[in-house]
Structure formats: structure tokens, C-alpha cells
Design a protein around this ligand. Structure first.
Ligand code: ATP
Ligand code: MG
Ligand code: FE
Length: 346
């Protein structure tokens, strides 16, 4: 099936055409475009929701036309339209969802409302066609830090979450403390390569605890104190922070591997999964557990519409579609209720 995917939940405007019959990643992504708003938000050190929503309005319509042209296809060729319906910044989510509804209505195509987190969660199946359910998923992004047993489409058992900050948020806050700007994850990773990971003693919150939950607030405060002390090189702080954060993630994931049912693979997704040091550490953990590690290519880890189109393709194949009054949702836990709510329409 051919699916048009639309993503606008944070600060990336994205559209993609997915062919679910493709046997490789290259064949599955017929065309995709992503416009990042990084430059617009940089002066503010983080995403400004109103600026984000206005930029999505300006960029999305023309982008959809361009991506269809890139694919050499028209709206009529699509089998369904899949748009992110949450969670995220509500103004931006509404822009993408309303656009999806309008196109679905105009072209008389089914609309599929996608949970953005389901997009991240299934992105490894887009990238790696042989990845079968059930798998253990480490979902690490700007707003989420969870470990989920992905048992099937729409069937997610959450084993762990963060009690304060998300992992991407910890990277972004560390970047801010070190004056590296927004978005911070890639900048911290780059600077960390030049530093000594043992130079600055930092805490590893919750490491050793029997439940696989996460906490990063105390680590962030310790980074702040290390910076204020003025006795460390920034590169050493970045390297020590990254090491501490990864030690937490590896320890927590090891606990979850012991607590979950049988799985086919250890899988990582979400923006922080683009981090090479994290991928390396998880590779080691997975091979020690006798499991393959599946990590999508870095460009599929951060926000994109191909993963939304792919989640749409999986839902379309199961016969799911949504009514045109499906609501945009600022919050939408993946495990509680995978079915979108109706009636409170946008
Ligand atoms: P969510 O998916 O939870 O709604 P989001 O969509 O804003 O949040 P993503 O786009 O999935 O988040 O991920 C963005 C996050 O990933 C940011 O916090 C960013 O700093 C982080 N990130 C991106 N690349 C890297 C990297 N190489 N190393 C560490 N962190 C990274
Ligand atoms: Mg972004
Ligand atoms: Fe995301």
C-alpha cells in the first residue's frame, strides 16, 4: 500500500510517501522531506510552541505537494493518509492532523491517526524488515524515556519510564549549561569526543535499583555544579555527563531485559538513539544477552514522517482507520490506550 505520512508534533515539519510492499528501507521510503525549525528556535534556547505552529502552517502544505512530486505520484495514488495526532505541542499537532483530515476528505481516502510514539516505536521495523514482534524497545527522545515490550501493533507493555527528565532533555539541558545551544544532543556528543569521561565525578541516579526506571534531574544538577565550580574543561564535563547518562541507560536496560518475556531483539528508537556512544554500549549489552541490536539509521531516529507513514502502513494492513472527528492529543501514553479518542475534534 502507498501511505502519505505527515509529522508536525514538535519542531520538524515532515512529509513522506511510504510503500509498504518495499522489501528494503530504500524501497519503502518512496520520498520524504523534513524541514527543521532549529534556526527559528535557537535564539530562545528551546522550542517556542507558537513559532513552531506558525512555521508548520507555512511549510506543510507546499511540502506535501513537493513530496508527492518527488515520488512521481498524486494524492489519488495514495491508499491512506497517516498524520500524527499526538502527543506533542498541540498547535503543531493540530496543523498536521487538520491537513491530513482535509486531504483525506478531499481525496476520499481513509485517515489514520498516529501516536507519534508509535511512529518511533515501529521505526526499527521500517528500517529492518526482518525485525519481528515481540521486541524490547528502549525509547529515548526529547520528551520520553521508556522501556517497552512491543508485543504487536498497538500492544505495548511499559516496563519503565522516567521519574523526572527524559534522556534527550538531559542532553539538551547539559548543552544549555555548557552554552552549546539548541538542539543540544548532537553538540554534547561532538564535544564529548574531545573530553575525558572520567574527569568529572557525576552521580548515576537509580543505578542498582531493581525496577528499571530512570531519573536524570540529579545528574543535570551535578553538571550545573561542575560547570559553576569553574575547574573543569567543558569537553570533560560533556564526556563525563554522557558516560554517566549511558551508564544509567545500560544498567536500566539490563534490568528490563531480565524482567521482560522472550523477545527477538533489543531495539532502540527516538532522537537520542542517533547517539553513537549509546548505540555502541547497547550493542555490547545486546550481544552479551545473545540478542541482536536493532537501531534505525540516525536520520530515522529523530523526528520524521517516514516513521509516521510506516505506522500508518502497519495500521492500514490491519484494517484500522479513524473518523474525521478524531482529536489531537497533547498527551497520549502509548501503553494505556493505542486507539485515538473521538469527539473532542480539532
Ligand atoms: P518526543 O518524541 O518524546 O515527543 P521529540 O519528538 O522532541 O520528543 P525526538 O525528535 O525524537 O524528540 O528527539 C530529539 C531529542 O534527541 C533531543 O532531545 C535531542 O537533543 C536528542 N538527540 C538528537 N541527536 C542526539 C545525539 N546524537 N546524541 C544525544 N541526543 C541526541
Ligand atoms: Mg527537533
Ligand atoms: Fe519524537
Amino acid at each position: 500500500a502507498l501511505i502519505l505520512g505527515i509529522e508536525s508534533s514538535c519542531d520538524e515539519t515532515a512529509a513522506a510517501v511510504i510503500d509498504s510492499n518495499g522489501e528494503t528501507l530504500a524501497a519503502r521510503i518512496v520520498a520524504q522531506r523534513i524541514a527543521s525549525q532549529d534556526e527559528m528556535h535557537r535564539p530562545y534556547g528551546g522550542v517556542v510552541p507558537e513559532i513552531a505552529a506558525r512555521a508548520h502552517v507555512e511549510v506543510l502544505g507546499p511540502m506535501i505537494g513537493q513530496v508527492l512530486a518527488d515520488a512521481g505520484l498524486t494524492l489519488d495514488d495514495m491508499d491512506a493518509i497517516a498524520a500524527t495526532a499526538g502527543p506533542g505541542l498541540i498547535g503543531g499537532v493540530m496543523v498536521g492532523l487538520v491537513t491530513g483530515k482535509a486531504l483525506a476528505m478531499a481525496a476520499d481516502k481513509p485517515l489514520i491517526a498516529i501516536n507519534h510514539l508509535e511512529g518511533h516505536a515501529l521505526s526499527p521495523r521500517l528500517a529492518e524488515p526482518s525485525l519481528a514482534y515481540p521486541y524490547l524497545l528502549l525509547l529515548v527522545s526529547g520528551g520520553h524515556c521508556q522501556i517497552l515490550e512491543v508485543r504487536g501493533l498497538g500492544d505495548y507493555r511499559r516496563l519503565a519510564t522516567t521519574i523526572d527528565d527524559a534522556l534527550g532533555e538531559a542532553f539538551d539541558k547539559t548543552a544549555k549549561i555548557l552554552g552549546l545551544g539548541y538542539p543540544g544532543g548532537p553538540a554534547v556528543e561532538r564535544l564529548a569526543r574531545e573530553g575525558d569521561a572520567k574527569a568529572v565525578p557525576l552521580p548515576r541516579p537509580l543505578v542498582g535499583s531493581g525496577e528499571p526506571h530512570f531519573s536524570f534531574a540529579g545528574l543535570k544538577s551535578a553538571v550545573m555544579r561542575a560547570k559553576q565550580a569553574g575547574t573543569h574543561r567543558d569537553a570533560d564535563i560533556a564526556a563525563s555527563f554522557q558516560q554517566a547518562a549511558l551508564d544509567c541507560v545500560i544498567d536500566r536496560t539490563r534490568i528490563a531485559l531480565g524482567a521482560c518475556g522472550p523477545v527477538t531483539a533489543l531495539v532502540v528508537a527516538g532522537g537520542v538513539a542517533a547517539n553513537a556512544a549509546l548505540r555502541g554500549a547497547l550493542e555490547e549489552l545486546a550481544s552479551g544477552a545473545g540478542l541482536p541490536l536493532v537501531a534505525p539509521p540516525p536520520k530515522l531516529c529523530t523526528d520524521n514522517a517516514a516513521m509516521i507513514g510506516w505506522a500508518g502502513a502497519e495500521r492500514f494492513a490491519m484494517g484500522y482507520s479513524d473518523a474525521l472527528d478524531v482529536a489531537a492529543r497533547p498527551r497520549w501514553p502509548l501503553d494505556a490506550n493505542a486507539a485515538p479518542v473521538r469527539g473532542a475534534g480539532v
